[in-house]
Design a protein around this ligand. Structure first.
Ligand code: G3H
Ligand code: ZN
Length: 278
C-alpha cells in the first residue's frame, strides 16, 4: 500500500473501534521495524518522527524509507510529523509526503500557540492533511526536552482552542508523561470532561508505561491515537547493549541491526495488539 492519509486512517480506526499507535522512529532500522510490526499484527497505525529526530536525516529520506517499508503491506499505515517544532519542518514534511502533522507550540503563550497552530492547519488543509495540536503540557523527558512542570489540559479552554486553531486532533495532558522516568497517573474523569467538550478526537502522548487496562478505558472517551517512543527505543538500544556487554569487540553491525529491527518490530506488534485487544 501507499502511505495512508491521516483523515482516512482515523476514519478506518473509528469504524473498527481501533486506537491508532504512533510509533516514533529515528532511523532506517526503526522505520522498517515499525512497518513490519504493524503489518504482522495487521492493525493500523503511524510511523512518526519528531523534529528533534529529523536532525539525523531529513523528511525526504524518512518519507522515502517509509514508502519503501509499507509498499508490500496491506495494513493501513500513515507517516506523521511528531512534535513539529517549526513551520519549516511542517512544510518540508508536507512536501516529502507525510500524511499527518503535529504542530507543537504548547510551549508558547496561549495566543501564540493558537496562531501557530492555525497557520499550520490552514497550510496542511490545502493538502488534505490533518493537524494535531497540543493544549496543556506533559511532564517528563521527550528526547532532549525535559519538562518539569505539568500543566493539565483545562476542559474550559478546549472548545475555543479547537475552534480557533482548526486542528483535527487534540493532544492533551491528563497525567500522561513523556519518557520512562516518571509513572503516568491518568486522570480518566478529566479525560471524560475533555471528551464531552471536544469536537475532535484525542491523542495521548507518553504511551510507554501506561497499563493496557487504562488505555482500554481511555478508548471510551474519544482516544484515537496514542504515541509510543521510549518502549521502542529501549528495544533498539538493548539489542546493541547486550551484545557489547558480552563482547567489547563487538562490531557485527549488520547482524545487530537486523536483530534490532526484529526486536523493535516485535515490540510494535505487541503494543498495537495490546491496545486493540478490547
Ligand atoms: O511524542 C512521542 C511520545 O509522546 C513518546 O512518549 O516515550 O513516553 O512513549 P513515550
Ligand atoms: Zn510526545
Amino acid at each position: 500500500m501507499k502511505l495512508v492519509n491521516g483523515f482516512d486512517l482515523m476514519e478506518y480506526a473509528k469504524k473498527n473501534n481501533y486506537v491508532l499507535p504512533a510509533f516514533n522512529t529515528t532511523n532506517l532500522e526503526m522505520t522498517y521495524a515499525i512497518a513490519n510490526g504493524l503489518t504482522e499484527a495487521n492493525l493500523p497505525g503511524y510511523i512518526q518522527i519528531s523534529s528533534n529526530n529529523l536532525r539525523l536525516s531529513n523528511p525526504r529520506i524518512i518519507a522515502e524509507i517509509a514508502r519503501d517499508a509499507v509498499k508490500c503491506s496491506e495494513t493501513p499505515i500513515g507517516l506523521h510529523l511528531d512534535h513539529g517544532k517549526s513551520f519549516e519542518d511542517v512544510k518540508a514534511c508536507v512536501e516529502a509526503g507525510f500524511t499527518s502533522i503535529m504542530v507543537d507550540a504548547s510551549h508558547l503563550p496561549y495566543e501564540e500557540n493558537i496562531a501557530e497552530c492555525k497557520r499550520t492547519a490552514d497550510y496542511c488543509h490545502f493538502y488534505g492533511i490533518p493537524v494535531e495540536a497540543e493544549l496543556g503540557a506533559l511532564q517528563g523527558k521527550e528526547e532532549d526536552i525535559v519538562n518539569e512542570a505539568e500543566c493539565k489540559t483545562d476542559p474550559d479552554m478546549v472548545a475555543e482552542f479547537v475552534e480557533r486553531t482548526g486542528c483535527d486532533v487534540l493532544a492533551i495532558s491528563i497525567g500522561n508523561v513523556h519518557g520512562l522516568c516518571l509513572n503516568p497517573q491518568i486522570d480518566i474523569p478529566l479525560l471524560a470532561k475533555i471528551n464531552e467538550v471536544s469536537s475532535v478526537p484525542l491523542v495521548l502522548h507518553g504511551g510507554s508505561g501506561i497499563p493496557k487496562e487504562v488505555i482500554w478505558e481511555c478508548k471510551k472517551y474519544g482516544l484515537i491515537k496514542i504515541n509510543y517512543g521510549s518502549d521502542l527505543r529501549k528495544e533498539f538500544v538493548r539489542t546493541f547493549g547486550e551484545e557489547y556487554e558480552v563482547d567489547h569487540n563487538a562490531h557485527d553491525v549488520i547482524h545487530l541491526s537486523l536483530a534490532a529491527v526484529k526486536n523493535v518490530s516485535e515490540k510494535a506488534k505487541e503494543l498495537v495488539s495490546m491496545i486493540n485487544e478490547k
